[in-house]
Write a protein that binds this ligand. Structure first.
Ligand SMILES: NC(=O)c1ccc[n+]([C@@H]2O[C@H](COP(=O)([O-])OP(=O)(O)OC[C@H]3O[C@@H](n4cnc5c(N)ncnc54)[C@H](O)[C@@H]3O)[C@@H](O)[C@H]2O)c1
Length: 342
C-alpha cells in the first residue's frame, strides 16, 4: 500500500526535513497534497513532490488521496489542525513539535483523540532516534539519577536547512515584543516549547516530576540556561544557537551505577543516528552511528500504524504527558522569573 500524505504548512521543516525523508521512503509514501496559506509556497513545494497544491486545509482534509495529514504549520495552529484532521477520518496524523502550546489545547487534544482512536505521532525525532530507542529501556531502569544535562550548541536552523535543500521560503519569525520580566519569561517559554522540547520527553523518563526551578536565564542571540530539581535529580538545560566552530547536541545522564551519554547527529541533514555510550563499572559500551535516523523512523512508524503492523497503545498518553511536562516546566520557569523580578 502506498500511503498518501497531505501537508498543512510547507515551510523549511517540510522542504528540508519531510520531503527528503519521504523521498527515501518512496515505496511506502506518496505526497498527495501540499497546503500552505502562501499560494506561491504551496505551489512550489507541491511541484517538487509531484503533488497538487492548495491554500485550504479543508481541501486536504476532504481529499480521499490523503491518508495521513502532516501538520507542519506554525505551532499556534497545531492543536486545531490536529483536531480537524482527526475529525476528517484520516488513518494517522503526524504533528510537528510542539503538539500544542497550552494546557487547554492539550486537554482538548487528549479528549478528541482518545474518542477517535486515530493514531497521532508527534515529530519529536529524538524519541525515534535508533540510538535513543536502543538505550531507552536501560535508561528507564536507572536508579539514583543524580544529574541530567541537555546541551544544544548549534548554528541557526537556516545553516542546516540550506545544507539539506534549496529553501524556497520561510514563514515570518514570531514577534518578540516587549522587555521586562514578563517578556523575558515569554521568550523562555517559547524556547522551551520550541527547542528544549526535543529532549524533554527523554529527560522525563528519568526526571518525571519537576519540583523546583533553580535558575532560568536567556542567552543572546538565542538560547537559555535553565536548572531545575526533579526530586533529587538536578536537571540542566543549556542551549546556545550561534555560529559556533564546534557543535554539540548531547544528553548526559549520571546515575548511581551507570552513566549514559547520547550524542545526537545534526538535525535536518540525515547524518545518521545518535552515538550512545553507556559506562558501567568503568567499562564503556558504545553503540555507533547507524544510517537510520529519527526522521526516517518517525515515518516508518507511521507506515506501520497505517498498514496495521503495529497498534498504537500508550503513544497518545505519552505524547500528552510529554507536552504537559514541557508546559509544567514553562510555567515553573515563568513563576521563577517573576519571583526573582519581584
Ligand atoms: N522536528 C524538527 O526537527 C523541526 C525542525 C524545524 C521546525 N519544526 C516544526 O515544524 C513546524 C514548521 O516549522 P518551519 O520551520 O517550517 O516554520 P515556518 O514558520 O518557517 O514555516 C511555516 C509555514 O507554514 C505556513 N503557514 C502559516 N500559517 C499557516 C496555517 N494556518 N496553515 C498552514 N500553513 C500555514 C507559512 O506560510 C510557512 O510556509 C513548527 O511547528 C516547528 O516547531 C520541527
Amino acid at each position: 500500500m502506498v500511503i498518501g500524505v497531505g501537508f498543512l504548512g510547507a515551510g523549511p521543516a517540510v522542504q528540508a526535513i519531510h520531503l527528503p525523508t519521504l523521498a527515501r521512503l518512496g515505496e511506502s509514501f506518496r505526497v498527495a497534497a501540499v497546503m500552505d496559506v502562501n499560494p506561491e509556497t504551496a505551489q512550489a513545494i507541491a511541484g517538487r513532490a509531484g503533488a497538487r497544491w492548495t491554500t485550504s486545509a479543508d481541501d486536504v482534509m476532504g481529499d480521499p488521496q490523503v491518508d495521513v495529514v502532516a501538520v507542519c504549520s506554525p505551532s499556534q495552529f497545531h492543536a486545531s489542525q490536529v483536531v480537524a484532521a482527526i475529525e476528517s477520518g484520516k488513518k494517522a496524523i503526524l504533528c510537528e513539535k510542539p503538539f500544542a502550546t497550552s494546557r487547554t489545547e492539550a486537554e482538548k487534544l487528549a479528549e478528541v483523540s482518545r474518542d477517535s482512536g486515530v493514531p497521532i505521532v508527534v515529530g519529536a525525532m529524538h524519541t525515534f532516534d535508533p540510538g535513543w530507542t536502543w538505550v531507552a529501556p536501560d535508561v528507564e531502569q536507572l536508579v539514583g539519577v543524580r544529574r541530567v544535562r541537555s546541551t544544544i550548541v548549534i548554528p541557526p536552523n537556516a545553516h542546516f536547512e540550506e545544507l539539506a535543500t534549496q529553501i524556497h521560503s520561510r514563514g515570518p519569525l514570531p514577534a518578540t515584543a516587549g522587555d521586562g520580566p514578563a517578556a523575558h519569561a515569554a521568550r523562555l517559554r517559547g524556547s522551551i516549547l520550541g527547542l528544549a522540547i526535543h529532549d524533554l520527553p527523554l529527560i522525563r523518563t528519568v526526571a518525571p516530576s519537576i519540583s523546583r526551578v533553580l535558575s532560568a536565564q536567556r542567552l543572546t542571540p538565542f538560547g537559555y540556561v535553565i536548572t531545575y530539581l526533579a526530586g533529587d535529580t538536578v536537571v540542566e538545560l543549556v542551549a546556545h544557537v550561534h555560529e559556533h566552530r564546534k557543535q554539540e547536541w548531547t544528553l548526559d545522564i549520571v546515575a548511581e551505577q551507570a552513566d549514559v551519554l547520547v550524542e545526537f547527529s545534526p538535525s535536518y541533514v540525515h547524518a545518521g543516528s545518535a552515538v550512545v555510550h553507556v559506562t558501567r563499572d568503568g567499562v564503556v559500551q558504545t553503540r555507533p552511528r547507524s544510517n537510520s535516523d529519527g526522521y526516517l523512523r518517525e515515518w516508518e512508524h507511521i507506515a506501520a500504524l497505517c498498514d496495521g503492523a503495529i497498534q498504537e497503545t500508550a503513544e497518545l498518553d505519552n505524547a500528552i504527558a510529554d507536552l504537559e511536562y514541557a508546559i509544567d516546566l514553562a510555567e515553573a520557569v515563568t513563576e521563577h522569573v517573576m519571583e526573582v523580578a519581584a
